[in-house]
Write a protein that binds this ligand. Structure first.
Ligand code: GLC
Length: 452
């Protein structure tokens, strides 16, 4: 049973932009902006990057502050934590600082409370885009110089600590490092290793206090997430020792695309800042090559994740398999095959049941779940990456559709964390899920609006 979707009168541009700005302002916690009012009350790594892109258009100082504040959490080996905890709001989030037990870990900055894993390295291309929006390039040059070095250190970390075979592909050690925490594909990795229930410390979720359990990860997944954190914290996050016998090491297309696109940006920025970028160029060539040789599957015409512990390509179809368009890895034939996926029922639905571009997971897969986090719903940051990827290859009409679908969702439902992927939302179901007033949704709307 579906409801006919009535066209919604869009807000006037200025009102819409003002509303989006209000979301960001409403989520400010001193020097940074939290991703959401209650569900995520600290600073998150890639969120900070997307959020900075929004501010860059109306409060450049705050955009800089987002990154400065995030990089205060960077460890001495270059690792940029997934969460930098605020001193306010302690106890309101799980897993919090105490659970991660990073206090006193060698290399963690003493004056920052952080988790012990990282996230997709978006910061290079964020800086490049911020430079394009900077009101006064000269005043901000010292900021860019400082950030260039920090981002380059993060990339060094990815290549030196997360690429033991020097392939050019960085592995992630936890689904939370992917940014797409609950993709069904992690299950395929989970099923390859045994977990002793005694190794799951007792824990109490807090996310379910804010969001309906049906839209959040299931307990089986959460147990695995916590099990992995426990393995890391028991070994005090000491690399490379911690990776011996560590069961979750996945080379993933979205993470490596962010790395590659950020390499490209650092090369550009480095020329302006007169920095030596020889090493970054080498990394960049290697990553592009490896994305195509190891993660691209010619038969399927898509990029897949590779489980390096159990040595297998995981042939599932999340939207992350389309994202390498963003870093220019595919050649034109590969790009055309990715576009065919995007236009197929997997991501576009059917004429009877059309989908908004772009569901986070193939609608044709048995594990597709239209309401559950990262198992089907549309996310605005994924759409933003896809949009720029499509433009890069000259698919302007399709890119415009990704953008207009995103705008339509925001106008219709507000600035949600994720959206129902079907245009005809079944009766009684909301169109927006997770947290409302979600920062990166608002920030990327502002960035999109600034193009017009
Ligand atoms: C969720 C998302 C992740 C995001 C975080 C904060 O965990 O999966 O990508 O960074 O929320 O918004």
């Amino acid at each position: 049973m579906s409801e006919i979707s009535l066209p919604v009168e869009p807000l006037a541009s200025e009102t819409f932009i003002r509303e989006a700005q209000k979301v960001l302002r409403g989520n400010i916690l001193r020097s940074f902006t939290k991703p959401a009012p209650a569900l995520y009350p600290h600073q998150w790594n890639w969120d900070a990057g997307f959020i900075a892109l929004g501010y860059a258009h109306f409060d450049f100082k705050q955009a800089c502050s987002e990154l400065t504040s995030l990089f205060r959490g960077q460890w001495s080996n270059g690792m940029l934590p997934q969460i930098v905890f605020s001193i306010q709001n302690t106890g309101k989030y799980f897993p919090g600082y105490a659970f991660w037990n990073t206090r006193g870990v060698p290399g963690k900055p003493r004056n920052a409370r952080t988790s012990g894993i990282t996230m997709p390295p978006v910061h290079g291309f964020v800086l490049e885009r911020m430079l394009g929006a900077a009101p006064d390039v000269k005043t901000y040059k010292p900021f860019f110089r400082k950030m260039f070095d920090k981002v380059a250190l993060l990339h060094r970390y990815c290549y030196q600590h997360r690429d033991p075979d020097s392939e050019g592909l960085s592995f992630i050690c936890h689904p939370w490092e992917s940014g797409m925490d609950n993709l069904p594909l992690w299950q395929d990795v989970f099923e390859c290793f045994n977990m002793d229930p005694a190794d799951i410390p007792p824990y109490e979720r807090r996310d379910l206090e804010h969001v309906d359990a049906e839209y959040r990860p299931r307990k089986e997944s959460y147990d695995r997430y916590i099990y992995l954190v426990n393995l890391l914290r028991r070994k005090r996050y000491q690399e490379p020792e911690v990776w011996k016998d560590y069961p979750f090491q996945v080379q993933e297309p979205l993470f490596n695309t962010m790395l590659s696109r950020s390499n490209e940006a650092l090369i550009e920025l480095g020329a302006w800042l007169r920095r030596d970028t020889g090493q970054i160029r080498e990394w960049q060539q290697q990553t592009i090559r490896a994305l195509n040789s190891k993660l691209w599957d010619t038969n399927s015409g898509m990029y897949f994740a590779y489980d390096r512990v159990h040595r297998k390509l995981i042939k599932q179809h999340p939207a992350s398999g389309l994202i390498p368009l963003f870093c220019g890895a595919p050649d034109h034939n590969q790009a055309a095959r990715i576009v065919a996926w995007l236009q197929s029922p997997a991501f576009s639905g059917t004429p009877e049941n059309p989908a908004w571009l772009c569901p986070s997971y193939s609608t044709q897969d048995a594990r597709f779940d239209e309401r559950r986090y990262w198992r089907g719903p549309v996310w605005i940051n994924i759409n933003w990456l896809l949009y720029h990827g499509l433009k890069r290859y000259g698919y302007h009409v399709l890119a415009a559709r990704v953008k207009s679908d995103s705008m339509e969702l925001m106008h219709r439902y507000g600035f949600w964390e994720y959206y129902h992927p079907w245009k005809n939302v079944p009766k009684g179901q909301p169109g927006g899920y997770g947290s409302g007033n979600f920062s990166w949704t608002a920030a990327l709307a502002i960035d999109w609006m600034a193009e017009e």
